[in-house]
Design a protein around this ligand. Structure first.
Ligand code: XUL
Ligand code: CO
Length: 447
């Protein structure tokens, strides 16, 4: 089992909050039961294949890889792909993580034509299936990379050239096949270059309709393949295009509704993409959950004010608590999970850094889960909390109830306002609630 990560001897153990070992979990205890479910089943963590095994620490000023990964050496692209898969499963087992996510081109190289590409993918999928059976690791979701190849420069489904559309369709077909074969519980569409660089040369209305046709074709094909999972649409406001059509959760919901796709999709909300849309992660998650469409999460973190996707690992306890507050209040994630769409920094080039990043980030989410569960049982915060429920209590009786059931007219409300007189102003108690949240983060004993 030790080939690529000799610095980690066996599986990372759970040692509890007092541990000072850098290669042990303090909070993530996969088997711990919380309301009858394993902690691992609440969190459903997944490793992002692209960042963790394919990332090179590159940036626009340093396009050459600075990571010298032993699995990236080999005599052919296919041999490298097979080595990478071996490294990935060694990593999953040592980390004790139960799921992963990939793009087709992360797993297998692009071939000289569509048929060779499909054969390459099928070969790696066979190997991945054997590895999954051997280790019990599962596929959370699959997707297709419709943005790296030069043919996708002007978009994939939204490209002005239908030949490009056809190439993208071929890729999605095979990526859905791969996801079905590997038992993935989700399939993600992130609109890589589906957007515009300038409206001067773009027919936005045409492009959005093309995108809708593309998604309908995928839904039809997945039904035929008896895909039992869920389709997730992943919003992103900008980058690489100036304006991405899947701008934020509200845009995505409107798009799905407009083109009659809403029944077939849920949303995959990414933290750093929320930042790019100038929303908080909390806002985007709540917007999806309120529509009954929160399917999965890409957990990472951005740097406020920077303006592009930095995909840092998440380490901020408050952010994690707010995120899980939404997830746990909606009853968890049935088909989605928490995918680490995050990369170690350019300067963190040791393979050991991959462990530190995942261990630390799994721990902060595990700790957040325990805090959220405590807040839920104390009924203090969020929409299920006492203070929030009391704020809206007026809508559960009398005139408020009639407003909510639309069983009232404007003249009746005018008459009511006249009779009731000026309403009493009531404090929203925001500062009190902020402090209560801090108590849970820093003072309440969570073990
Ligand atoms: C890019 C991004 C993607 C998707 C999958 O910003 O988030 O990696 O998650 O295509
Ligand atoms: Co993502």
């Amino acid at each position: 089992m030790t080939r690529y990560f000799p610095e980690v001897e066996g599986k990372i153990p759970y040692e509890g909050p007092a541990s000072r070992s850098p290669l042990a979990f303090r909070w993530y205890d996969s088997e711990r039961r919380i309301r009858g479910r394993r902690m691992a089943d609440h969190l459903r963590f997944a490793v992002a294949y692209w960042h963790t095994f394919k990332g090179g620490g590159t940036d626009p000023f340093g396009p050459d890889s600075v990571y010298d990964r032993p699995w990236s050496r080999g005599s052919s692209e296919l041999e490298i792909a097979e080595n990478t898969l071996d490294a990935a499963f060694e990593f999953f087992e040592k980390l004790g993580i139960e799921r992963y996510c990939f793009h087709d081109r992360d797993l297998a190289p692009e071939g000289s034509d569509v048929a060779v590409s499909a054969r390459n993918l099928a070969r790696l999928v066979r190997k991945a299936k054997a590895k999954q059976q051997e280790t019990g690791v599962e596929l959370l979701w699959g997707t297709a990379n419709l943005f790296s190849h030069p043919r996708y420069t002007h978009g994939a489904a939204t490209n002005p050239d239908p030949k490009v559309f056809a190439h993208a369709a071929a890729q999605v077909r095979r990526a859905i096949d791969a996801t079905v074969t590997l038992g993935g519980s989700g399939y993600v569409f992130w609109g890589g270059r589906e957007g515009y660089s300038s409206l001067i040369n773009t027919d936005m209305r045409q492009e959005r309709e093309q995108l809708a046709s593309f998604l309908h074709l995928a839904v039809t094909y997945a039904k035929k393949r008896r895909f039992k999972g869920r389709f997730f649409l992943e919003p992103k406001a900008k980058e690489p295009t100036t304006h991405q059509y899947d701008f934020d959760v509200a845009h995505c919901l409107n798009f799905l509704r407009e083109f009659d796709l809403l029944d077939h999709f849920e949303i995959n909300v990414e933290a750093n993409h929320a930042t790019l849309a100038t929303h908080s992660f909390h806002h985007e998650l709540q917007a999806a959950a309120d529509a009954g469409k929160l399917g999965s999460l890409d957990i990472n973190s951005g740097i406020e004010g920077v303006g592009w996707d930095t995909d840092n690992f998440p380490f901020d306890l408050r952010e994690c608590v707010c995120a899980l507050l939404v997830v746990q209040t909606q009853g968890g994630l049935s088909h989605g999970g928490l995918n680490f769409d995050a990369k170690v920094r350019r300067g963190s080039f040791d393979t050991l850094d991959l462990f530190h990043a995942h261990v630390g980030a799994m721990d902060v989410f595990a700790r957040a889960l325990l805090i959220v569960e405590r807040m839920r049982s104390d009924r203090v915060l969020g929409t299920a909390g006492k203070l929030v429920r009391e704020r809206y209590a007026g809508y559960r009786r009398g005139i408020g109830k009639r407003i909510m059931s639309r069983n009232v007219t404007l003249p009746e409300l005018e008459e009511y306002a006249l009779r009731a007189g000026e309403p009493d102003l009531r404090s929203g108690r925001q500062e009190l609630l902020e402090s209560m949240l801090n108590d849970y983060l820093y003072c309440t004993t969570i073990e």
